[in-house]
Ligand binder design. Sequence first.
Ligand SMILES: Cc1ncc(COP(=O)(O)O)c(C=O)c1O
Length: 552
Amino acid sequence: MKRQWHEELDINELASRFGSPIWVIGKQQIKENVRQFLSFTNSAFRILYPVKCNPAPAVLECIAEEGCGADCSSLSEINLALISGFKWENIAYNSPSQDFKTVKIVLDNGGIWVCDDVDLLKEIDNSQDSGKGQIWIRINPKQNVSYSKTSKNQELMAHGSSSSKFGIPEEDLPELLSKITLKISGLHLHVGTQMDNLDSFVSALNSLHENANLATELGHPIKHLDIGGGLGIPFNDQDNFPSIFDWTSRLNQLKQKNYEYYTEPGHALVGDAVGLITTVKSIKHSRGKTWGICDVGTDQLAKITLLHWPHKVVSSSGSPLPFNGNDTLAGPLCFAGDNLLESTCLKDIKKDDRLLITNVGAYTFALSNSFNGRIAPAWLLWEEGAIKITEAESAFSRLMMQNHYWKKTIQREFEQPISRELFEALKSDYLHTEIENDRYTILEFNQIGENKFNATVDFISSVDFVSMPTAIRVIGNLCLVAALHKHGYTSKTRPVMGKKVQLEYGASLKTGLNKINIFLSDEICKEDQNWTVLASFEVDDKSCNGCFVLNI
Ligand SMILES: Cc1ncc(COP(=O)(O)O)c(C=O)c1O
């Protein structure tokens, strides 16, 4: 059998250098998968990668670099795709729940709208404005999709089935197309996920051809045919799926010369190009059974644990864990179904061993959650050596994103001014330094509750607003003084480090008088004499708000 990219990885070395759990992207495998699909589409931009499958920026960038397009189901996916390097003209918007505003943005910018909403199509048609973009229609075929091998939960994946919510029934097309005056230039049909039966793709392509003839007769010359995604991949050595080569060879025989063909592979493009390194954190013995508890589970791999789709897991020596036995490899979560391999044999596995869970590129990170306070792992790009590309999330990332104002709702408890002398003694001299023409005076600074402070600041600048760097320095200094004062300090006898800042500049902060409210969290993570506090702030007129993590 051909050697797979992940067999080159030294998972012990990678985990010791970069931490565990950690995702690893095999860039070469993505390139190879793209290359194989090209034999069907002829051009990379006609491979529309479904962003929902794995929206990690590192994965998106690799695919954009290959010149592929993107299939997006929301405005935020579109923005992610654009940030990652996909071009507007190669972005398709397709979702069972589409909104007018997003459709307009897509069409105005020259993207593709894959319409799955008859009323919306009529609305856009009435406006007689499809911008620079294209309108395609997603078809729901009469004929049901069928898998070769039936398996549990298949009904959850058969998106192209005639009873699903997706697409416009093909029998409704003649009437619809005869009424629409804007030109429809493409048709789309997605059979479903983890499809193992090439005949289903053949009937989908036949249906696209038939409907394209019909649409052309009704005045909509169809040029683009999109067969969606759906080609399945093996998750372990027991699974059997046609290869990309089998798929393209079969479908290429059916292609007709007047069309351009598109596909949207998710699983088949990135599924086998990502692995997840994990560490066995503990071994437990219970009633004759051994449990190996890993540092990742349903938080990142819900598809494996909830759908009971066990993946091949290999040890650092490259041997796969068996698919039968009395033992269980589990995740760390407080959930009885958090099992990666229900029946295996762990006799050779010890605490702290590293393992690699293979073929986890599709619908894993995309469905990740923070149950039990688990946080998203970092990502490594593997291409002739490892390069670390993204940091793991920290617990603070989520807290800061929520922009919570601690105990904001508690009534004003007391009012105690922080005198000018006390402020002078507690402030950071460095932060207090004025920058060129930006000057400010703190007119009032009060503690108005156990965790609440407010300040009145007069800003002067050479323009009529206060720049973000100045705002950070001034408000950072106020937060620092508030935190030291709350803890009984009367002078700045210890360093205070701002570790993270999140700032939203809703409307620009104006010069002149501004009231700034500060809310401190209780102390967290106190270690030795160091403690951490989160300081949220908002300017009264909402022109600026945010949060600092302060280490004191
Ligand atoms: C419209 C569309 N295209 C493509 C895909 C990708 O499917 P797969 O990952 O099975 O290739 C999906 C996934 O459900 C989809 O909904």
